[in-house]
Design a protein around this ligand. Structure first.
Ligand SMILES: CC(C)(COP(=O)(O)OP(=O)(O)OC[C@H]1O[C@@H](n2cnc3c(N)ncnc32)[C@H](O)[C@@H]1OP(=O)(O)O)[C@@H](O)C(=O)NCCC(=O)NCCS
Length: 200
């Protein structure tokens, strides 16, 4: 039986904790901020219910695969170093179960936290957690070509480019009409690749 949620993950500068209901207001503020959707304005969360649905997806993923969405904060030492609060949510990092025996890697940080390597540090921790909890699942990530910071994070993680293209339609956010890339930690079979392309 896979746990419905896991404990925290500590990295050098960060503490990752599974997303819970009391985080939703802070997480929603990040997902509702147009600056965190510059590359895909249609994806912005327009209401709190859209963010609450993330919690549902995360819980389902935890039950299915032992991983889901984590909320990322500075640890005490990093907060002290910067004179900042360790309570502030910096962003999220997630490995979410999707069809085809795969995980989808995702992250979104508040603009004030960009440029310090936090996304790379958190995503590396999630990648390691996924490798432990769900080693049989292929870890994948979809990114728009117009999002070079995210591409850089994926490449620093060592994920490999498996497909690039665009303008094929499908998906729910309009991403399918844009030029994009698919990365994964291992080879994808045709069915997996088709499914990922269809997600947009
Ligand atoms: C993508 C995102 C998570 C990166 O967060 P971050 O904490 O600044 O990321 P990091 O500092 O770990 O790494 C970013 C890397 O991109 C690089 N980068 C940033 N802007 C860039 C640009 N315009 N062009 C090229 N590289 C860029 C940085 O230099 C850094 O690489 P380096 O460490 O080799 O110097 C953040 O910008 C974000 O939340 N964006 C909005 C949400 C989003 O796009 N999520 C991903 C959807 S696929």
């Amino acid at each position: 039986m896979i746990a419905a949620s896991a404990g925290p993950i500590d990295t050098e500068r960060l503490r990752l904790e599974p997303l819970v209901e009391r985080d939703l207001a802070e997480v929603h503020a990040i997902y509702a901020d147009p600056d965190t959707w510059r590359h895909l304005p249609s994806g912005r969360h327009l209401d709190a219910a859209t963010t609450a649905a993330m919690l549902e997806r995360s819980a389902r993923s935890w039950r299915a695969a032992g991983v889901g969405t984590w909320v990322v904060r500075r640890n005490d030492a990093e907060a002290r170093r910067l004179g900042a609060s360790a309570a502030t949510v910096l962003g999220t990092a997630a490995a979410t179960a999707i069809d085809g025996g795969m995980l989808n890697l995702g992250y979104r940080f508040a603009p004030a936290a960009w440029g310090s390597g936090y996304a790379s540090e958190a995503a590396a921790a999630v990648l390691a957690a996924a490798g432990e909890a769900a080693p049989a699942r292929t870890l994948t990530a979809r990114v728009l070509v117009g999002n070079p910071a995210s591409i850089r994070v994926l490449e620093r993680l060592g994920l490999e480019l498996r497909w690039s293209g665009g303008g094929t339609g499908g998906g729910s956010t309009g991403a399918a009409a844009l030029e994009r890339r698919i990365y994964a930690d291992r080879a994808l079979d045709d069915e997996q690749l088709r499914a990922l392309i269809a997600l947009g």
